[in-house]
Design a protein around this ligand. Structure first.
Ligand code: SF4
Length: 209
């Protein structure tokens, strides 16, 4: 498990609780607008010992919850053991995933208290929004089915990317997540990608975060 960085305090990454955020290194997607691209594509890493020292040290006095994010955590084969470890030392646990690895989602979904799964676009536009040739929608949809069937709390989230996303994506997301815990966020420019424009129309009732 390669950990790129740890944010020791966040008020926005775990619903209802202050949390720490663990950013796992590497990602199987290349979303052009990725705001964590240095973590997703880079070689940044901190040692296991340092990770343990942080998680088992004074952090426990400040936060009760950990969000494991990325990059993409599910590309790591030892993710289940890592999640078990975090649970064992007493934290509530949330996993952020792009949903492209349903086998791993199946393995870990009951280990976490909360899972957030990305819906990048409407199904046919997945390659454009994820920056890879393969259309991962079938895998993502499989992961979402598992979240819907599980006892684990979950949310579905779409990042609207001005200049890349369009109204078909929002319409699809609104319909697909009707009645569920779903959020829309708006991408900001990065040093690699400049957003252009705004939401094309009303957000069709989806909460914006
Ligand atoms: S899935 Fe997430 S971490 Fe990976 S490239 Fe896309 S936005 Fe970045």
């Amino acid at each position: 498990m390669r950990i790129a960085d740890i944010l020791t305090f966040s008020l926005i990454d775990y619903p209802g609780y202050p949390s720490a955020v663990i950013f796992t290194a590497g990602c199987n997607l290349r979303c052009p607008w990725c705001h964590n691209w240095e973590i997703a594509y880079g070689n940044k890493g901190i040692s296991d010992i340092r990770v343990e020292n942080i998680l088992e040290g004074r952090l426990k006095e400040r936060v009760k919850a950990i969000c494991v994010s990325g990059g993409e955590p599910t590309i790591n084969e030892d993710l289940p053991e890592f999640l078990d470890y975090i649970k064992k030392i007493g934290y509530m646990l949330k996993l952020d995933t792009n949903g492209t690895n349903p086998e791993m989602v199946k393995t870990v979904i009951e280990k976490v208290d909360y899972i957030a799964i990305d819906v990048k676009s409407s199904p046919e536009r997945y390659p454009l929004l994820t920056g890879v040739e393969r259309n991962y929608w079938p895998e993502v949809s499989e992961s979402i089915k598992m979240a819907r069937k599980s006892k684990t709390s979950y949310e579905l989230r779409m990042t609207y990317v001005p200049g890349l996303s369009d109204v078909r994506d929002i319409r699809f997301f609104a319909e697909f997540t009707k009645g569920e815990n779903a959020f829309l966020t708006i991408a900001r420019s990065t040093s690699k990608f400049k957003v252009s424009g705004d939401l094309p129309e009303k957000n069709l009732g989806i909460k914006i975060r």
